[in-house]
Design a protein around this ligand. Structure first.
Ligand code: SF4
Length: 222
């Protein structure tokens, strides 16, 4: 039993990542073949914990996927990725990682910088991450994919589902249900994972700073 880890270059397209093609064969040998493979977009380590458990209960074996160009600054994206590596090690799962391209993400949400959290910018952000995961699942030949984003009580699961359903193979699971969010907190503490206190982009960071000034507390928000 061992963790497989694959990090590869920029861009998308079926023929551009031979390293992952060989990695894909390897991860098949490491997977529990009693379960169906599913690509799991992971927003961070903590949210992935309970999602992985739930997916295994549902008969899936996740391959973890980390793109998350919405996260700012890059150091924060790296920190969350390191937490995901801990999770992958704990559950003996593979990670596929895309390069961090925050400039492209900023272009995708241009004009919505001042939107409040849970507004149109967040819908575009979900669309970005779901599309990236959907394309990666196709590229790897994995029939199903989903996202950990629904763990958070701050995220609108019906909105995420309405975006996901436009992609073939999307599996709608509301991970916050059945105590999923509470379970993610418990497992994060057990594994001593880094837990962030803002959603991800610089706009959510500014929103947190304002809120902290107003009421003097902080919290894990994704
Ligand atoms: S607040 Fe979170 S979901 Fe919304 S745009 Fe920023 S990173 Fe994305």
């Amino acid at each position: 039993m061992h963790m497989q880890l694959f990090v590869y270059g920029s861009g998308t397209g079926l023929n551009r990542h031979p390293l992952v093609e060989s990695g894909f064969e390897s991860y098949h040998t490491a997977m529990d073949e009693r379960r169906a493979p599913l690509l799991l977009h992971c927003c961070c380590g903590p949210c992935s914990t309970a999602s992985i458990e739930r997916l295994r209960e549902l008969g899936y074996e996740p391959v973890l996927f980390y793109g998350n160009s919405n996260i700012h600054p890059q150091q924060e994206a790296e920190r969350r990725y390191e937490a995901l590596r801990q999770v992958a090690g704990h559950f003996n799962l593979s990670i596929v990682r895309h390069p961090w391209d925050h400039a492209a993400w900023l272009e995708a949400v241009a004009g919505h910088e001042l939107d409040k959290e849970r507004g149109a910018r967040c819908a575009l952000c979900f669309q970005w991450n779901l599309q990236e995961a959907a394309e990666e699942a196709i590229r790897l030949g994995i029939d199903s994919f989903t996202t950990t984003l629904t763990v958070s009580p701050h995220k609108d699961s019906p909105l995420i589902f309405s975006i996901g359903k436009h992609h073939p193979g999307f599996v709608a699971v509301d991970f916050k249900k059945k105590g999923g969010y509470q379970r993610s907190i418990l497992l994060s503490k057990e594994l001593e994972l880094y837990r962030q206190d803002y959603c991800g982009c610089e706009f959510s960071q500014r929103g947190l700073a304002k809120q902290e000034q107003a009421d003097g507390h902080d919290s894990h928000t994704t």
